[in-house]
Design a protein around this ligand. Structure first.
Ligand SMILES: [Zn+2]
Length: 607
């Protein structure tokens, strides 16, 4: 019996733990490895390939090697890789169950690659949040196919698809080359908007578009002629939109199963699958064949975060990542640590993200400091909150109430609130203190650009950017670097408005994975500099050095937790400083195991 860490080793994020028994193998977390990703890619401009990502992602160390773990990955991904690698298909999943600790992508983000029969075990609100993140994400990637997945086409199918598309292009004397075909793979939001615009102007375009789509898929490609489309420009537009949307058709977010089956040339709808999901609950023991798993809620930035105790052949494994021992729901962490200390844990895996940080402000300090900042504002108050930080959003809602202001959020944040649905004391989207802003679309009117936004545009508590401009003194606006156009050309805050960034910046210390997109560090720094430029041009006041409630336990809280649990062995994860961690436990009888990526740790148990 042993465990293997395939991620979260000498890195923050990318947690991947395998527990290998005699009859059963389970995993805890299967997250995106930001550190590896940052070394090789810079999203959103440079990303992993779409069709056949497995071989390169394995080569660069982003994903574990399927040769070491047969059955770890989806068979369609293995199949697509078999022309370049001798990977084996497997009917049996390597992991029977994967337990996901919480809805942060460095903990769940690579689970979409896992074998189709691996049971995914998540909290109920985690599931709802993942659905929300999936819906609001504009990028269609395999990593978004967490709850449902679509088999990717084989190389053979891709070749025939390419031929069919080139036929249509030839017929209309349009250029077709590899570059255009590449577009199919990359897709674009602009193209999608272009076709929506055409559809709005002329409903028949939609029909035509659907016919061409079917045309490519083998029904007919003479429809265009019948419809007397004379404008070559329009035609070009439609085709390029279509090309961009093919990705969605194939990956299933746009097209139906039926269309997908046509691409695949299959009659039956076997193209997509829903993963088998199991809902976990706080303190509710899950009995598997060989193991028993006890989920224990802990406090973190997202709601519904769990630690686990795994009972495995008389040995007890504890897993706590991520967690904090302060902030909202702190009592959950206390309870979890008490439980683990009673259990006599043999092996404890625990995060040590904030290795060198011990400062943690109180909630009261944070609120007071922000209220001061809001009072200084001569107009709008802008607060930059990352989408992944649920509790920060809730805090801003509380502050808005305390200062008699409305909290104004984007439809994306509204979608997240809808997922949380009033649990944990969060406001509902319809709350009278919340306003959801509507953007002008490309035609200059206020209507939703995307289907999921419709629900929110139809609520009573919506506000236009023009109305925000007029009432800016009454509003706390949640937005930041990615909203500069919205803020400075639509809302137009008056000089002396305030911009608050209540999370750590690059200069101020350790990065937290939840801060912003996993950009390369230089890009992150550049984004701060750019934001400052904007604020300067429009005379906004930047409140820097705001205290901030971290998602992670301080260094001394982690050590206090370890000492209280008093396990026989402890393994630091989700940290860049495992040796420093060991040095802090030198005066105890607890054995520190410094993990190595991919190396078995034999479990010897308590005598
Ligand atoms: Zn996290």
């Amino acid at each position: 019996m042993h465990i293997i860490l395939e991620g979260g080793v000498h890195e923050i994020g990318g947690n991947k733990l395998f527990i290998i028994g005699k009859k059963e193998r389970i995993g805890i977390d299967f997250g995106r490895s930001f550190s590896v990703e940052k070394r090789f890619y810079s999203r959103p401009f440079m990303r992993p390939p779409k069709w056949n990502p497995l071989p390169v992602l394995v080569d660069i160390g982003y994903l574990p090697n399927p040769k070491s773990y047969e059955g770890l990955y989806r068979n369609d991904l293995i199949e697509a890789s078999r022309s370049v690698r001798d990977y084996n298909l497997s009917k049996e999943p390597f992991l029977s169950h994967l337990f996901i600790s919480h809805a942060h992508s460095d903990h769940y983000g690579s689970a979409a690659y896992l074998h189709e029969l691996t049971n995914i075990c998540v909290g109920r609100k985690t599931k709802d949040l993942l659905e929300a993140y999936e819906e609001i994400s504009s990028k269609i990637t395999i990593e978004n196919e967490f709850l449902k997945y679509k088999k990717i086409p084989t190389n053979e199918e891709l070749r025939s698809l390419k031929e069919r598309i080139s036929e249509i292009f030839r017929e209309y004397k349009l250029t077709f080359n590899d570059e255009i075909f590449e577009k199919i793979i990359s897709g674009s939001e602009e193209a999608r908007k272009a076709i929506n615009k055409e559809i709005k102007k002329d409903q028949s375009v939609k029909e035509i578009f659907e016919k061409i789509r079917d045309g490519v898929i083998g029904v007919t490609n003479s429809v265009l002629k019948k419809r007397n489309i004379e404008s070559k420009e329009l035609l070009k537009k439609i085709i390029s939109s279509f090309v961009a949307n093919l990705e969605r058709i194939i990956f299933g977010s746009f097209g139906s199963d039926e269309i997908y089956s046509k691409i695949k040339g299959e009659k039956e709808k076997i193209s997509s699958g829903e993963r088998s999901l199991k809902i976990i609950e706080d303190e509710k023991l899950i009995k598997l064949e060989e193991f028993e798993v006890l989920p224990l809620r802990v406090s973190h930035q997202v709601v519904d975060s769990y630690a686990f105790i795994v009972y495995a052949n008389g040995k007890k494994i504890g897993y706590i990542s991520d967690f904090r021992w302060h902030g909202d729901e702190v009592e959950k962490t206390t309870k979890c640590i008490e439980r683990m200390s009673k259990e006599k844990i043999d092996y404890l895996l625990i995060e040590f993200t904030r290795a060198h940080e011990d400062y943690e402000p109180t909630r009261e300090q944070v609120i007071e400091r922000e209220i001061q900042a809001i009072k200084r504002s001569k107009g709008l108050t802008i607060v930059d909150v990352p989408l992944s930080n649920n509790w920060e959003l809730n805090l801003q809602y509380q502050i808005a109430k305390l200062t008699n202001k409305y909290l104004c959020i984007s439809p994306k944040f509204a979608r997240i609130l809808k997922a949380i649905d009033g649990s944990y004391g969060f406001p509902k989207v319809e709350d009278k203190n919340i306003l959801i802003y509507k953007d002008k679309n490309s035609e200059g009117d206020y209507s939703p650009d995307r289907k999921w936004e419709e629900f929110f545009f139809n609520l009573k508590n919506t506000i236009t950017t023009e109305e925000i401009h007029k009432n800016q003194g009454d509003i706390i606006f949640i937005g930041g670097y990615f909203d500069v156009n919205r803020i400075f050309s639509e809302i137009r805050p008056v000089p002396g408005s305030v911009y608050i960034r209540p999370f750590r910046t690059y200069e101020e210390g350790s990065l937290e994975e939840e801060d912003i997109l996993p950009e390369i560090e230089a890009e992150r720094l550049a984004s701060l500099v750019r934001m400052e430029q904007w604020l300067r041009v429009y005379n906004l006041f930047w409140e820097t050095k705001m205290p901030y409630i971290s998602g992670h336990a301080t260094s001394s809280d982690v050590i206090r937790a370890v000492k209280e649990i008093n396990p026989k062995n402890v393994i630091p994860i989700h940290t860049e400083h495992p040796k420093y961690f060991a040095s802090l436990l030198r005066d105890t009888n607890i054995n520190v195991i410094i993990p190595e990526k991919g190396k078995e740790i034999l479990l010897t148990g308590r005598k």
